[in-house]
Each structure stands twice: as C-alpha cells, then as structure tokens.
Design a protein around this ligand. Structure first.
Ligand SMILES: [Zn+2]
Length: 62
C-alpha cells in the first residue's frame, strides 16, 4: 500500500452521485451537532440535492 496519495484537481467533469447517478453541480451540507466526539462540536454531512443520500462527512469545529 502506498504511503502517499497524490491529490489532483479534476476540471474536465463534475462528480456523479453514487446513488442516483446524476451529475452533481451542487452539493448540500448539513451542520450537525455531535455528541461523543471530544474536541469536535459539529460535523458537516454532505448530501445529494436530488436523492438526498448522504455522500460524506467532515469534521467541522466552527
Ligand atoms: Zn443522488
């Protein structure tokens, strides 16, 4: 397994939702207050605007 992964910007196309297969020109996020994660008060949950499936999360201290 490689120790590093190269991150590249892709400008040729927008990502697609893995659930409804629609091209995502926008992504919704929901600021969710968390309990049980010390030091992190909020989590951002990203969702597809078409089918509402959660696409991912990220820690958000703000
Ligand atoms: Zn979708």
């Amino acid at each position: 397994m490689p120790e590093k992964i190269e991150v590249k910007e892709q400008k040729e196309y927008h990502p697609k939702c893995p659930h409804c297969d629609k091209v995502l020109s926008q992504i919704f996020f929901h600021k969710v207050r968390t309990v049980g994660m010390t030091g992190i008060g909020y989590l951002a949950v990203y969702s597809c605007p078409y089918c509402k499936v959660a696409l991912g999360t990220s820690a958000n201290s703000g």
